[in-house]
Ligand binder design. Structure first.
Ligand code: F6P
Length: 365
């Protein structure tokens, strides 16, 4: 009898998820001893009545490698260890439903689980592993903020989209002699902003790792205008903040959504520029979820496929409690504990940061 493998995608979606799913299903078919199932919307599929679990075979995964999103859905509101349950008075109380998930896995006779997700999802994977669930992780995030892997798939796609936006803003900025501010995603890591600023040739790049001094930003812009270039481009990461200031965020009203919602720092920057005495025309563009949608780049499809294959190998070899990773350019794996131990901030000694400074990009410091 074939063994049963359950796969799920959790947290925010990311280009390349479908390529991982396809690679797992195809690896399992090639091996010949496994059937693959998908839990719809991560663990939520196991906690609803009736449960939502779909068989994944050749038909389901055919041609999905270049499709954005995830064919099995995702959620960032379904932590089974802290699941929001509605009370009679309309309020919500967090309940630990992890044992219910484990019972369901047993009932379905699942032999292994592959969870594709970012740091939050992999912390949940570690908790299930500690409770005896045979689980393997696959890292995903456009933010590239997991330190246990050199890269996550989705990041390069997001950088391409952000760079394309900078390229487009350059032509309109030049036509109107304007400063264009582009706000990009990345949470507490400035990787997307840094890459897009360099690839797009921006004059200023503001990232969470370097709180900016607005006077320094103004100086850089004025230098450019004085040099006769009557326009400039700024890429700002959603998690950036001025020196002594705080990040622009708001609490979500969505039940069970634990993350602060970032966004809006680009508009704040435009105000700060005006208040600091910079009077050229400024326009703000917030790129938002466009960075997460659409077709993954070839690089991300290839990385995602390799992660899917490695995750299946870990399952086949009973190497549970581990996560696929790329280290020093080679596909390998790390423990789930290592996977979430440290956040991958932009390292300020990184050659990319030095190169950015060398080509005239100001970080506002
Ligand atoms: O972590 C990926 C990411 O896109 C961040 O860059 C961004 O801050 C966040 O998710 C947005 O989350 P949501 O899709 O829940 O609004």
């Amino acid at each position: 009898m074939k063994k049963k493998l359950l796969i799920m995608t959790g947290g925010g979606d990311c280009p390349g998820l479908n390529a991982v799913i396809r690679a797992v299903v195809k690896s399992a078919q090639y091996d010949g001893n496994w059937e693959v199932y998908g839990s719809i919307e991560a663990y939520n599929g196991l906690m609803t009545n009736p449960i939502r679990v779909a068989r994944l075979g050749s038909t389901e995964v055919a041609g999905i490698h270049y499709r954005g999103g995830t064919i099995i859905g995702t959620t960032n509101k379904g932590d089974p260890f802290q699941f929001p349950v509605k009370q009679e008075d309309g309020s919500y109380v967090k309940v630990d439903r992890s044992d219910e998930v484990i019972r369901q896995l047993k009932k379905l006779e699942i032999d292994a689980v592959i969870s594709i997700g970012g740091d939050g999802s992999q912390q949940i994977s570690q908790q299930f592993f500690e409770k005896g669930v045979p689980i393997v992780g696959v890292p995903k995030t456009i933010d590239n903020d997991l330190s246990a892997t050199d890269r996550t798939f989705g990041f390069q796609t997001a950088v391409e989209i952000a760079t394309d936006a900078v390229d487009k803003l350059v032509t309109t900025a030049a036509s109107h002699n304007r400063v264009m501010i582009l706000e990009v995603m990345g949470r507490s890591a400035g990787w997307i902003a840094l890459h897009a600023a360099m690839a797009g040739g921006a004059e200023v790049c503001l990232i969470p790792e370097i709180p900016y001094d607005i006077q320094k930003v103004v100086e850089r812009l004025e230098r450019r205008y004085k040099a006769g270039k009557g326009f400039a481009n700024i890429v700002i990461s959603e998690g950036a903040r001025p020196k002594g200031g705080s990040i622009v965020s708001r609490k979500s009203r969505e039940v069970g959504y634990e993350n602060a919602r970032l966004g809006g720092v680009g508009y704040q920057l435009a105000e700060e520029l005006a208040e600091a005495g910079f009077h050229e025309a400024v326009r703000v563009n917030v790129l938002g979820h466009l960075q997460r949608g659409g077709v993954p780049t070839a690089f991300d499809r290839i990385l995602a496929t390799q992660f899917g294959v490695r995750a299946f190998e870990l399952v086949r070899d009973k190497q549970f409690g581990r996560m696929a990773a790329v280290r020093n350019g080679k596909i390998s794996d790390v423990t789930l504990k290592e996977a979430t131990a440290a956040y991958n901030f932009v390292d300020l000694d990184n050659f990319l940061v030095r190169s950015a400074r060398a080509v005239g990009i100001s970080f506002g410091d």
